[in-house]
Design a protein around this ligand. Structure first.
Ligand code: C2E
Ligand code: CA
Ligand code: CA
Ligand code: CA
Length: 263
C-alpha cells in the first residue's frame, strides 16, 4: 500500500531518471457531449509507471515536481506524447480534442509559444484540436507578460482553459485578467449541487457567468446519473467524470472509439 508520505521518497535524481526512461505516460479521460452521448474530447492525465511501485497518480509526485521545477519537463513530455497519440486516432478517423495540463509556471516564460509550435509541427496535430488547461498552484509574477504569452499561444490556433474554476487560485481574478477560451468547473460544485441548495445556486451562477463572458464550459467530476441530468437541464454541453469513464490507456481509449463506432 502506498501512502502519501511516500512522495518524499523520490529524489530529484530519481525523477530525472524516470523522465529519461519515459516512465511518465499520459492516460486519457473522455469528455462527453451530454446531449449526443458522444466523446468529443479527452484530457491527458499523467501517470508514473514506476517499475517497483506500480502506477502512481500525480498526487505522489507532482507537488515535488512543481517545487523543484522539473514539472516543466514532465509537462513537455506529456504534451508531446498526447499530441502524437491523438493525431494517430485522428488518422483512424476518430475526431476529438485533447486537453493537456500545464502548470501555470510555464506562462511566466516567453519560451512557451515556441515550444508549443514545435510540438505541433513535430506531431502534425491540428492546432484547433489542442486545449491547454492551466492548473493553479503557482502564481504568475508578471501578468502582462503572461497575457502576451497566452495570446501568442492562441494565435497558433490552440485554446486555453482555466482549470478547477471556482477553487483556490482559480478564481475571478484570473477570468478578469487573462484571455481564456473556456473554464473547467471544479468538481466540488457538481458533486455537491444535488445535496446543498447553496452550492446549487453557486453552480448556476458560475454557468451563467461563463455564458455571459462567452466562455466554453466543461463540467468536471460527473459521477452519477442525477448529476448528468443536471448538465442536460442546464443545456450544458460537455462533461467529464467517472460516470462516463476512468482515465484510460491509449489502447483502452482506442477500444472505446471502435465500440462507439460499432454502436
Ligand atoms: P485535474 O486537472 O483537475 O484533473 C482531474 C482529476 O480528477 C484527475 O485526477 C481525474 O482522474 C480525477 N477525476 C476525473 N473524474 C472524476 C470523478 O468523476 N470523480 C472524482 N472524484 N475524480 C475524478 P488525477 O489524474 O489524479 O490528476 C490530479 C491532478 O494532477 C489534475 O487535476 C491536474 O491538476 C494534475 N495533473 C495531471 N496530469 C498533469 C500533467 O501532465 N501536468 C500537470 N502540470 N498537472 C497534471
Ligand atoms: Ca485538468
Ligand atoms: Ca488541478
Ligand atoms: Ca480540474
Amino acid at each position: 500500500m502506498i501512502c502519501q508520505e511516500d512522495i518524499f521518497m523520490f529524489s530529484l535524481q530519481r525523477i530525472e531518471q524516470a523522465i529519461l526512461r519515459e516512465e511518465f505516460v499520459p492516460y486519457y479521460q473522455p469528455q462527453v457531449n451530454v446531449l449526443q452521448q458522444k466523446i468529443v474530447g479527452v484530457e491527458a492525465l499523467v501517470r508514473w509507471q514506476h517499475p517497483e511501485l506500480g502506477l502512481l497518480a500525480p498526487l505522489f509526485f507532482l507537488p515535488f515536481a512543481e517545487t523543484t521545477g522539473v514539472i516543466s519537463e514532465i509537462d513537455g513530455l506529456v504534451l508531446k506524447k498526447a499530441c502524437q497519440d491523438i493525431h494517430e486516432l485522428h488518422r483512424l478517423g476518430f475526431g476529438m480534442s485533447v486537453a493537456v495540463n500545464l502548470s501555470a509556471s510555464h506562462f511566466n516564460h516567453k519560451y512557451l509559444p515556441r515550444m508549443i509550435a514545435e510540438v505541433l509541427e513535430e506531431t502534425g496535430i491540428d492546432p484547433c484540436s489542442l486545449v491547454l488547461e492551466l492548473t493553479e498552484g503557482v502564481m504568475i509574477h508578471d501578468v502582462q507578460q503572461a497575457v502576451r504569452v497566452m495570446r501568442e499561444v492562441q494565435e497558433l490556433g490552440v485554446k486555453i482553459y482555466l482549470d478547477d474554476f471556482g477553487r483556490g487560485y482559480s478564481n475571478l481574478f484570473w477570468l478578469l485578467h487573462f484571455p481564456f477560451n473556456g473554464v473547467k468547473v471544479d468538481r466540488c460544485f457538481i458533486q455537491s449541487s444535488t445535496m446543498d441548495a447553496k452550492n446549487y445556486e453557486v453552480l448556476l451562477s458560475i454557468l451563467d457567468l461563463s455564458r455571459r463572458l462567452n466562455l466554453e464550459v466543461i463540467l468536471e467530476g460527473v459521477e452519477t446519473e442525477q448529476q448528468l441530468q443536471f448538465c442536460g437541464q442546464q443545456g450544458y454541453g460537455v462533461a467529464q467524470g467517472y460516470l462516463f469513464s476512468y482515465p484510460l490507456t491509449i489502447i483502452g481509449l482506442e477500444k472505446r472509439f471502435w465500440l462507439e463506432r460499432l454502436q
